[in-house]
Design a binder for this molecule. Structure first.
Ligand code: F6P
Length: 466
């Protein structure tokens, strides 16, 4: 089988740039090994791209990476507009942040249909298409409209919110109808899957049997495939990275202080304001901890032209400076706050240096930072993960210190508990998490989805022929 994987953002093996986001970083090594063709946006736009799709193609392991210039007239409405100002807030249960126009929806559909036409050049008789994430909910339907009869699967990296919240997305019914063109729809968690099915039952009268949805619009199988990481490879990277100059400088600068680390895109779903408030609360509740610990918060700028993101950046910078101004000393800065990305080879070393990893999103599909923090730890003296129960990762990493990110005081207590946790308990918790990471690798995620896609397609074709 020839596999074509599609996502908005892609990653170049040759690039030295820090990677933005979990999806591209997770896909790179597996796609590289699989020999698939990976198609996505080049990050550039072009007038006339619709008439004549242009792809820059480079080798990617045994396969290839094809980066397309997207149509200039529709890119803003598609990416900043419908994908990230309607779908993203709704999927993360923030319907109050939805801001879109009819033009944005039109542009979203245009880019989906542009991508479908561009994909035809990669189609062979035995090709299967695997579409990633909320940018391309309607791509399967566009491919079917062009006569594609091969297997087409879809995986959602974000959560799927409650039916009431998803009902706030303009054109929600049309979009979910379009999704039924997929043979297989994959989710990160059982909760996401059941929210999707509950929406479908209520809005579109889904008939559901054994995870298979049958409707007048199509038949799709819905399954859960929690995405993982290559834990042993990440552990090796972390060990190597301790020698990296950025990491050794950090260690020296700590001067015996403990380190708490947070690494996120600057996004309202990540719970950054509550997290900083919790760290502040901990230092205020327990003054003896002052000067003994600092928080390194890396918040990589993201989607900065969208108002909600610009507002968050301003609010967070002000909050951090308030905490540092109020609690800091001439020789101690409570929060080291950075607005830039780091390469994985450095990040792995930063994770290993920190005694506590803080991953406290308000909502998150999976959150691979949680998994990477665990994999990066020194087995002899592992750090403690403080993890939001609303991150998909909490289903597997249930021996982390699980917190409610809305409860600032509870988080403050959890960080203090993590900082003083005895070695035996840290080891027990860490070993249990590492064992789960080894079982649910990114390789098995990829292989399981592809196998299930073939099955689902065969079953759908048999049912259609019967
Ligand atoms: O699942 C959400 C996702 O696609 C992740 O891969 C990543 O965290 C993020 O969104 C990337 O966002 P963007 O491509 O807009 O920077």
């Amino acid at each position: 089988m020839n596999l074509v994987v599609v996502s908005n953002r892609v990653a170049r093996a040759s690039s030295n740039e820090p990677m933005t986001g979990g999806l591209a970083a997770a896909l790179l090594p597996v796609v590289e090994k699989s020999g698939a063709i990976w198609v996505g946006s080049s990050g550039r736009v072009r007038d006339g791209a619709q008439r004549e799709p242009f792809a820059e193609i480079e080798q990617l392991g045994a396969g290839a990476l094809a980066m397309l210039d997207l149509p200039a007239a529709h890119y803003g409405g598609y990416y900043e507009g419908f994908a990230n100002s309607a779908l993203w807030p709704a999927l993360h249960s923030r319907a109050d942040l939805i801001r879109v126009s009819q033009d944005d929806y039109r542009s979203y559909r245009e880019v989906n249909s542009f991508m479908a036409r561009a994909l035809l050049r990669f189609r062979k008789p035995d090709t299967a298409f695997w579409i990633q994430d909320y940018h391309f909910l309607a791509l399967g339907a566009e491919l079917r409209a062009l006569g594609v009869t091969q297997p087409i699967g879809f995986f959602l990296h974000t959560p799927w919110a409650s039916p009431a919240t998803m009902g706030c997305v303009p054109h929600n019914r049309e979009l979910v109808e379009a999704m039924l063109a997929y043979d297989l729809i994959g989710f990160q968690t059982e909760e996401d899957r059941s929210n999707f099915l509950a929406y479908g039952k209520a809005e579109l009268g889904f008939a559901i049997a054994d995870g298979v949805v049958t409707t007048p619009y199509g038949t799709s199988r819905c399954e859960v495939f929690p995405i993982g990481i290559d834990a042993d490879l990440f552990a090796q990277q972390a060990q190597k990275a301790t020698a990296h100059p950025d990491v050794s400088r950090l260690r020296k600068s700590l001067n015996g202080e403990k380190l708490v680390i947070g690494v996120d895109r600057l996004d309202y779903s990540k719970g950054l304001i509550n997290r900083v408030n919790a760290f502040d609360r901990m230092l205020t509740m327990r003054p003896s901890l002052q000067r003994t610990v600092s928080l390194l918060q890396i918040a990589t700028p993201s989607r900065g032209t969208i108002e909600a993101y610009g507002n968050l950046q301003g609010e967070l910078a002000k909050l951090v400076s308030d905490v540092n101004g109020r609690l800091g000393e001439a020789d101690w800065t409570p929060i080291r706050y950075l607005n830039k990305g780091f390469r994985q080879g450095v990040l792995a070393g930063l994770y290993r240096t920190a005694q506590v990893g803080l991953v406290t999103p308000l909502q998150d599909g999976m959150n691979l930072v949680a998994k990477e923090y665990v994999a990066a730890q020194n087995p002899i003296d592992p750090g403690v993960l403080v993890l939001s129960k609303f991150a998909g990762a909490a289903n597997e990493l249930d021996t982390a210190l699980l917190v409610n990110p809305h409860d600032v005081e509870g988080m403050a207590r959890a960080i203090a508990t993590a900082l003083s946790m005895p070695l035996t308990e840290r080891r027990l918790r860490w070993e249990a998490m590492m064992a789960k990471l080894r079982r649910g690798s990114v390789q098995s995620w990829f292989a399981d989805f592809v196998a299930s896609l073939e099955d689902a397609h065969t079953a759908n074709s048999d049912a259609a022929g019967a």
